[in-house]
Design a protein. Structure first.
Length: 320
């Protein structure tokens, strides 16, 4: 996977070239080029582009339709004005995030003290993920509202996930070295985005699910039991069952008494436990990673809650 990018310049043309290369074609103007202190940091995500950017000067950006991607801005400091499809909004950092859709020009103005997280999501990728969550056919373009509140619990969670994903992808030895973990976190970020930003899909994503046939849930339970090693998200399971994500969640609570994520985690913990008891050559960390547990502290806590002992204690008993 590519290495993290950390780019700095005081040359506006160089900055424009780098942003065009990373995100999209655009024109950019700053109030005082002498104040320009452009900074762009990009983390090496496999399927989407995530980074943080600032100009250090009052900046205006005008761009044509992006066509092949959605673009999300999450301001951390400063003030912003954004416009698309005839809608204009002005707000301070922490008040709102921005979701640009593919088929309309954009205008952005940032204050000199503004820096923001930026997420570029390929159009086909996000729309396919939305189809899995809603149970709708793939290919429907998402009509996001231009801005959405960040003060809400879901807005804060979205910013936290973006920040965590950026930090982990940028960290040497972080999750960028574990493709399965990258896939899960990217999927979580897309799910949070779709659940947070109002669109024509909001009602489907949040509506009370209709009664879900128990047979469908049992089919998914059987699939998890047979293939717990697969890289699979809640959206993937919903698509496999041919139902929406909320219907899947409700059905699992009715049939199994827990969420599909919790059930999958339990099955994987059981496989870790069995492998540790077998006393094979792999270390605890290697076994945990093989079964989808990438955070040692959290894994140890979950393992202890299920089996009453730490994984290292199980491994030690097996050796003796």
């Amino acid at each position: 996977m590519a290495q993290p990018l950390s780019f700095r310049t005081a040359d506006l043309d160089v900055a424009r070239e780098q942003v065009t290369k990373t995100f999209a074609s655009h024109d950019v103007h700053v109030a005082d080029q002498g104040e320009l202190k452009f900074r762009l940091d990009i983390a090496p995500a496999p399927r989407l582009t995530i980074g943080r950017m600032s100009y250090g000067a009052d900046t205006t950006i005008v761009g044509p339709p992006m066509r092949l991607c959605y673009h999300v801005n999450l301001p951390v400091t400063g003030e912003s004005t954004v416009e698309q499809n005839g809608v204009r909004r002005t707000f301070a950092a922490g008040e709102a995030g921005v979701a640009f859709v593919p088929r309309a020009p954009v205008l952005v103005r940032w204050s000199a003290d503004s820096w923001q997280y930026h997420v570029k999501l390929p159009k086909d990728l996000l729309e396919a993920h939305a189809a899995k969550l809603t149970g709708h056919p793939a290919g429907e373009e998402i009509r996001f509202d231009l801005t959405f509140p960040l003060a809400s619990s879901t807005g804060q969670a979205l910013v936290a996930t973006a920040g965590f994903l950026y930090a982990e992808l940028s960290r040497e030895g972080g999750i960028s070295t574990i493709p399965a973990a990258c896939h899960e976190l990217e999927s979580a970020l897309m799910t949070q985005l779709l659940m947070t930003v109002p669109s024509q899909l909001t009602e489907s994503l949040h509506s009370r699910p209709a009664h879900t046939r128990h047979s469908k849930i049992r089919e998914i339970v059987d699939h998890i039991d047979r293939h717990p090693e697969e890289e699979i998200t809640t959206a993937d399971l919903a698509a496999l069952a041919g139902i929406g994500a909320r219907a899947l969640q409700a059905g699992f609570h009715d049939v199994v008494g827990m969420s599909p994520t919790a059930y999958l985690r339990g099955v994987r913990l059981d496989r870790v436990h069995a492998e540790l008891l077998a006393g094979g050559p792999r270390s605890v960390t290697e076994i945990a990673a093989a079964w989808g547990f990438f955070h040692p502290g959290r894994f140890a806590q979950q393992y202890r809650e299920r089996f009453g002992a730490l994984p290292s204690e199980t491994a030690r008993r097996a050796r003796h």
